[in-house]
Design a protein around this ligand. Structure first.
Ligand code: MG
Ligand code: ZN
Length: 209
């Protein structure tokens, strides 16, 4: 079962790729670094369970940040928790329309996202899943589908659950807090990973410019 090009229930091929990656064998299939961006509160303003494309507003400099990564030839992959779907507040079609609007806004500014992945679950409504961040199933899937080397990739988001997967992969994680980010998550990211004030700063840190 597939929702757009994003969430997909398990496929044997992906599991096989994950097994290879897990053993840290090198191959031409896993040479690239990628940047994994959170969506809501990171690339677009987080107004809570965003349902209408008309409500999509880019975070300042988000398009610049994505474009910089595009020019540096880093795959830009968005992984987002969309529990509004599990809660019945947002439909898959709403999600896809919002995603298309984000892609359009970025395209107007010469930037693009290589792939989107989303978790439609919430444990209180649909039971536990492995794809809701900080779960790593969607990252594993993205890495298999795009030949990404997790260890050299970077995880960027406004909540600890967005960057925590970096610890799982031995990768970099950069928290870019906003007004909704709990203080303890900022201190934890400062201690265990990295933090940046803006997306532009995060990109500078990634590209070391
Ligand atoms: Mg967020
Ligand atoms: Zn899920």
């Amino acid at each position: 079962m597939t929702f757009g090009d994003g969430h997909r229930l398990s496929t044997p091929g992906v599991r096989h790729m994950m097994a290879i990656t897990g053993e840290h064998r090198t191959s031409l299939r896993e040479v690239r670094a990628a940047v994994f961006f959170d969506r809501d509160g990171t690339l677009i303003k987080d107004i809570g369970y965003i349902k209408s494309p008309a409500d999509v507003e880019l975070v300042p400099h988000a398009a610049n940040a994505v474009r910089r990564m595009n020019y540096a030839l880093w795959p830009v992959i968005v992984v987002t928790n969309q529990s509004g779907i599990a809660r019945g507040l947002v439909t898959i079609e709403d999600y896809l329309a919002v995603r298309a609007r984000l892609d359009d806004l970025l395209a107007e500014r010469g930037a693009y996202i290589n792939a989107h992945y989303f978790c439609p679950h919430h444990p209180d409504f649909t039971g536990p899943c492995h794809c809701r961040k900080p779960g790593t199933e969607l990252f594993d899937q993205a890495m298999a589908e795009h030949a990404i080397n997790p260890a050299v990739s970077v995880f960027v988001g406004d909540r600890w659950r967005d960057v925590q997967p970096a610890l799982h992969y031995g990768a970099r994680g950069i928290l870019v807090p906003n007004e909704h980010t709990p203080f303890e998550e900022i201190t934890r990211a400062t201690r265990e990973l990295e933090t940046a004030v803006t997306l532009t700063d995060a990109v500078h840190m990634i590209l070391q410019v």
